[in-house]
Design a protein around this ligand. Structure first.
Ligand code: GCV
Length: 881
């Protein structure tokens, strides 16, 4: 029983509670009230301000080319794809131009779509260049009287579809198409997205809600979103979708599940997207009832052959299997002393008669490494295991290698394995879903990172072999190769954040043409998604282009990777999480210095996996580029970088600059108010405001950690000094208790306060804060400070912990009046106060005078104890309204 003195008869508590409930509602309003469509991404086809001249009708040649003498043979696939192409052109052009075009059978003034063979049969006088599979040509022809047609010819049905999307892409960017004459061929045949969806509808490393494919152990009944996803993928030339998580894959080969997968294949087929499945190499044992899954066992071989036959009966164009084996607890051929090639070829042989392929992941490593062994190195694993197998894989196997040797870090070198498999088909796996790069809560446009990898010249055999040419099969004359993007789309507007969709778009565009620039792609995407207003295009392109370096600056610069909680959420800062465990994501920071020595001369020898011209650069600490320095070398904090700055000073500067740059992203976005779709504007503004606050959490965690570890002060005096910060643990506290935050660097000064009291019982009046407290069943805790600074207007930043498992809320009061409340239910990782959930709320323009009382009241809810780190007074950033 509590006995608190009631000082406010005016239902103050209820008012706050109602305000908080309204806030909760606003934040939680799902973004999926509308049916999920591709229009919500970049295929909106909104009316253009400047309308390029385009013929007024669309016709497909398919039917006409199959009637009458000399008719072409039926081709069901082309019929479907050309139907999709012409319908898409019609609705897209209609949306953008507002009038016409109609679907008709013939011209004049028409956009004609068909395969090259169809054009040849009907219009032999038109000279169309040779076109391979999936390629297209777009040209024009004069039809007299100043009239003209646009011709979209494909090497096959997919080519027609891709040509149609290219034409729409140009029109949507207001480009003139009057004299268009363009041939395009995809650079690489394998252009897939991988989804890590589980049968229960959750998504591993997905940050946009639940699966669009699965729920409660089954394929969903409603698959319209799957079809819309395929439309989105087709618009950027993606031709495959691997549907399920590489972990927990066995259940996907059960007969009932396969029937559901066939429905997904039906939904995606009209858009030229073939489905594939991740498979568990132990399936013959796990679901097949065999005693073994040894890849060389005849019963196992027969099981896979039969299972594959069963799949192709249901899905005749099934694309193939993806395999994660002997990795992070997944079973693999090593259990029987067999190699990845044995396992890959087992599946490849079963798929070959059906023309399916195996994507065998090179992400194979021991996660129980001995961290005390200076020679142990996870980065070495893929090359050590796969390079000796070069030439041993069947012709329909593609080895799928992550772009860097560790695991999708904010910054890593290129995997040397790309240069180590000359007689093997290769694909590169990148991550669209932002596991280590801010989980879509932070804006990080990844195309510049991928471009850097694609353009990286591995100098195989001392000749030019950029990664993009290896993947295209050019460098080593391989028939198959490509790019795989782990997408993680879900029910929340595909990727949650509107601007994160630029990554899905960029992935497809780069897989199609790795010579496009990241800027070009950013501009294309912005124009299609947000409109052609020059200020919008300029601003968003600039924001996208800055965002990756900005994120690196405040997370893991100098090749330290992402200094995150690698044994937890992979989101907020936790510097020691990488150390003293077998996962091998070590940065080896100690009192003297930081970095892993991977040199051949004195380190793990990883550098020796590169061809000599590249190895020479990384072997030597002085020639290693600064941005990868600590990935390759352990250097003292006093080591001078190429601009003469010390490593420790760079760490301080980079984090302060990064946090400022993150704040600037939000300011840039704010200039677009009224110029773009208001719902996108508001959504991104909320995310960018959050990001600016979280960048400060990152900054402070890393700076205070390295300050303590190195003992070297920041030359500019910022590190460890927060002059306008009022710590919660030093406040006058009522009911709040002081706690140690783990890891310590995730809270200012390592401590916070938490409102975890159960029932304080009777308390003395002298203990009750001056000002209102509450009766009834509303629990709260209070932290109170006296303002002692220079009187004036300030922004009050409140740093609080928004935990899972409840919707706590906080109220700021000045002199016990003018409450401002906000709720913490942003669905952040981790259920204890941590850098994952440390969040900033700003109260603007507070007029403070000497001896004013600043107060934060925390209202815990369920498992969320309304924890608080500090408040900080900042110069007022907005004019008084
Ligand atoms: C699918 C990382 C991720 C895992 C993922 C794994 C992989 O370790 O954290 O969630 O598992 O990569 O790529 O297999």
């Amino acid at each position: 029983m509590r006995h608190l003195r009631v000082r406010t008869p005016n239902h103050f508590a209820e008012r706050i509670a109602i305000a908080a409930a309204a806030l909760a509602l606003a934040w939680n309003t799902p973004c999926i009230a509308q049916p999920q469509t591709a229009d919500q991404a970049w295929l909106g086809y909104r009316e253009l301000a400047v309308k390029p001249e385009v013929p007024g009708a669309v016709a497909s040649l398919y039917r006409r080319a199959r009637s009458g003498p000399g008719a072409l043979p039926q081709n069901a696939s082309d019929e479907v794809l050309e139907g999709a192409a012409s319908a898409q052109l019609q609705s897209g052009l209609m949306g953008m131009l507002r009038e016409g075009p109609k679907l008709v059978n013939s011209g004049p003034r028409i956009v004609l779509v068909g395969t090259r063979a169809e054009f040849g049969a009907l219009y032999p006088m038109i000279k169309i260049p040779e076109l391979g599979p999936e390629s297209f040509w777009i040209g024009t022809s004069q039809t007299g009287g100043g009239e003209w047609d646009i011709l979209v010819a494909g090497g096959d049905g997919r080519g027609v579809l891709y040509g149609a999307f290219e034409l729409l892409r140009r029109v949507s960017q207001q480009q003139a198409v009057r004299r268009i004459d363009l041939i395009e061929t995809p650079a690489m045949p394998i252009r897939w997205v991988d989804e890590w969806d589980n049968a229960d509808g959750s998504i591993e490393r997905g940050y946009a809600g639940r699966s669009i494919f699965f729920d409660a152990g089954h394929v969903r009944d409603e698959l319209h979103p799957a079809a819309e996803y395929a439309r989105l993928l087709a618009s950027v030339g993606i031709n495959g979708c691997n549907l399920n998580n590489v972990n927990n894959a066995a259940a996907f080969l059960e007969p009932d599940m396969l029937k559901g997968i066939a429905r997904i294949a039906d939904a995606m087929r009209p858009w030229g997207v073939r489905v594939a499945l991740s498979v568990d190499i132990a399936s013959p044992q796990k679901i097949g009832g065999l005693k073994t899954y040894d890849p060389l066992d005849p019963a196992v071989i027969a099981w896979w052959r039969a299972k594959t036959g069963e799949i192709y009966k249901l899905i005749p164009d099934f694309a193939g299997f993806t395999v994660k084996a002997d990795s992070e607890g997944q079973p693999g051929p090593a259990s029987y002393g067999r190699t990845p090639a044995d396992a890959a070829n087992l599946l490849a042989n079963a798929l070959a008669p059906h023309r399916g392929v195996v994507l065998y992941r090179a992400f194979v490593y021991n996660h129980h490494l001995d961290w005390k062994d200076p020679k142990a190195d996870r980065a070495r694993a893929a090359y050590d295991i796969f390079h000796p197998l070069d030439g041993k894989f069947a012709s329909n196997v593609i080895v799928q290698t992550k772009e860097g040797p560790i695991d999708f870090q904010a910054q890593e070198p290129v995997s040397p394995l790309f240069g180590g498999l000359e007689r093997t088909n290769q694909a590169m796996e990148v991550q669209i879903t932002q596991e280590y790069t801010g989980q879509q809560r932070h804006l990080v446009y990844l195309a510049p990172m991928w471009k850097w990898v694609l353009d990286f010249d591995l100098r195989t055999e001392n000749r030019s072999t950029p990664v993009k040419e290896i993947l295209a099969g050019k460098s080593f004359h391989r028939p198959l190769g490509g790019m795989i993007g782990v997408a993680g789309v879900g029910q929340d507007a595909w990727l949650g954040s509107p601007l994160a969709l630029a990554n899905l778009y960029a992935f497809g565009r780069l897989a199609w043409d790795p010579n496009l620039t990241a800027e070009q792609i950013a501009e294309e995407w912005t124009r299609q998604t947000l409109g052609n207003d020059p200020q919008v295009v300029r601003t968003v392109e600039a924001m996208l282009m800055q965002s990756w370096p900005v994120y690196v600056h405040y997370t893991g610069p100098l090749g330290m990777q992402t200094l995150t909680d690698i044994t937890g959420s992979h989101y907020g800062p936790n510097i020691e999480a990488s150390e003293n465990n077998g996962w091998g994501q070590w940065h080896r920071a100690d009192h003297e210095g930081v970095g892993m020595d991977r040199s051949v001369a004195t380190g793990t020898g990883f550098v020796g996996q590169y061809w000599p011209e590249v190895a020479k650069v990384y072997e030597n600490v002085s020639t290693t580029p600064d941005d990868l320095l600590t990935f390759f070398h352990h250097v003292p904090y006093t080591w001078k970088l190429h601009d003469n700055k010390t490593v420790i000073q760079y760490i301080y500067d980079s984090h302060y600059e990064g946090a400022n740059e993150a704040a600037h992203l939000g300011e840039e976005w704010a200039t677009l108010k009224g110029k773009i779709d208001p719902s996108i504007f508001d959504n991104m503004q909320r995310r960018l405001t959050y990001q600016a606050g979280h960048a400060i959490v990152w900054r402070d965690a890393i700076v205070q950690y390295f300050l303590k570890l190195s003992g070297i002060p920041d030359a500019t005096g910022r590190a460890g000094h927060y002059p306008n910060r009022y710590e919660a643990e030093k406040a006058n506290l009522f009911h709040y208790s002081v706690i140690d935050v783990k890891p310590w660097e995730d809270a200012s000064g390592g401590k916070a306060v938490s409102c975890t009291y159960e029932d304080p019982g009777a308390i003395e009046l002298s203990q009750v804060p001056a000002g209102p407290t509450f009766e009834g069943n509303i629990r709260s805790c209070t932290a109170e400070w006296k303002f002692t600074g220079k009187p004036g207007r300030y922004d009050v930043a409140v740093q609080y912990f928004d935990l899972r498992g409840g919707s706590a809320y906080w109220t700021f009061l000045l002199n016990y009046a003018n409450p401002e409340s906000w709720v913490g239910n942003a669905d952040l990782p981790t259920n204890h106060p941590h850098g994952d959930n440390s969040t900033r709320h700003i109260i603007h323009n507070v007029l403070l005078e000497d001896e004013d009382t600043l107060e934060i009241r925390g209202f815990p809810d369920k498992a969320d104890p309304a924890a608080l780190d500090y408040i900080e007074l900042l110069p007022a950033s907005r004019p008084v309204s």
